[in-house]
Design a protein around this ligand. Structure first.
Ligand code: NAP
Length: 246
């Protein structure tokens, strides 16, 4: 991948948060972007318009990533719009925090469905359909390293994603496709901020030596590197993007 121009990138969960920043960044980097969303149609459409207005190309594709059929149709839509797919960014995810004692079946099942099965669904489709020379970036979390209380089920789904990342990078031998994961630390999005007190947010923002929360754009910059011309030698790795927290 010597240049991004004309390459096609699917970004899952791109209606808001980190995914929206990744879609904007990859649009600027020259990719034709597919903005996947589950419920946020208005936000996704507004983002596509903004990317096009800035000189990029973008379409939207609704798909609940936990639904294998919907994921296949999303790839169909990307191929119909742009002729193929080169990059998959598996950003879609949900987080529900509770101690293991307090976790109910719904908390477990929903996070496994979106974070783990959702990533599996898109990886399987990508393994079959990505053009040679492509790139895949999965999403983990720095809590896999930090191991904080109440993050047990969430972190377990992401640890599984890290293992699939390394194994898939080997399974794609001979196709010049890299597979990596980005593992953000606390980043200023609804997923992190909702339900936390200002004091807790302040405390968690100081856990890294740069003493601030990550921004969606910080994480998008790491993804831009991994999927761009300079990231080609990085394969099968987990890049913790967290200001040095762990
Ligand atoms: N923020 C953090 O501190 C942090 C730290 C470590 C890791 N991460 C990881 O980074 C990724 C992005 O997180 P974020 O903070 O940007 O979250 P967010 O602000 O809550 O946004 C989540 C995005 O995922 C989409 N989504 C949720 N369920 C989906 C599904 N079933 N199918 C398709 N899309 C779905 C949402 O789309 P709709 O609104 O359209 O439903 C939304 O666009 C996640 O994988 C998360 O685990 C975040």
């Amino acid at each position: 991948m010597s240049t991004n121009a004309g390459k096609v990138a699917i970004v899952t969960g791109a209606s808001r948060g980190i995914g929206a920043a990744i879609a904007r960044r990859l649009g600027r980097d020259g990719f034709n972007v597919v903005i996947n969303y589950a419920g946020g149609i208005a936000e996704a459409e507004t983002l596509a318009e903004a990317i096009e207005k800035a000189g990029g190309r973008a379409v939207t594709a609704k798909a609940d990533v936990s639904d294998a059929g919907a994921v296949a149709r999303m790839f169909d839509a990307a191929e119909a719009a742009y002729g193929g797919v080169d990059v998959l960014v598996n950003n879609a995810g949900i987080m529900k925090l509770a101690t293991l004692a307090e976790s109910d079946d719904a908390l477990f099942d929903s996070q496994v469905a979106v974070n783990l099965k959702g990533t599996f669904n898109t990886l399987r489709e990508a393994a079959r359909r990505l053009r040679d020379g492509g790139r895949i970036v999965n999403f983990s979390t720095s809590v896999v390293g930090l191991r904080l209380e109440t993050y047990g089920v969430y972190s377990a789904t992401k640890a599984a994603v890290e293992v699939m990342t390394a194994i898939m990078s080997k399974e794609l031998r001979g196709r010049s496709i890299t597979v990596n994961a980005v593992a953000p630390g606390p980043t200023a999005t609804a997923l992190f901020l909702d339900g936390k007190s200002p004091e807790l947010i302040e405390r968690m923002s100081k856990m890294n030596p740069l003493e601030r929360l990550g921004t969606p754009e910080d994480i998008a910059a790491a993804v831009s590197f991994l999927v761009g011309p300079d990231g080609g030698w990085i394969n099968g790795q987990v890049l913790r993007a967290n200001g040095g927290m762990v």
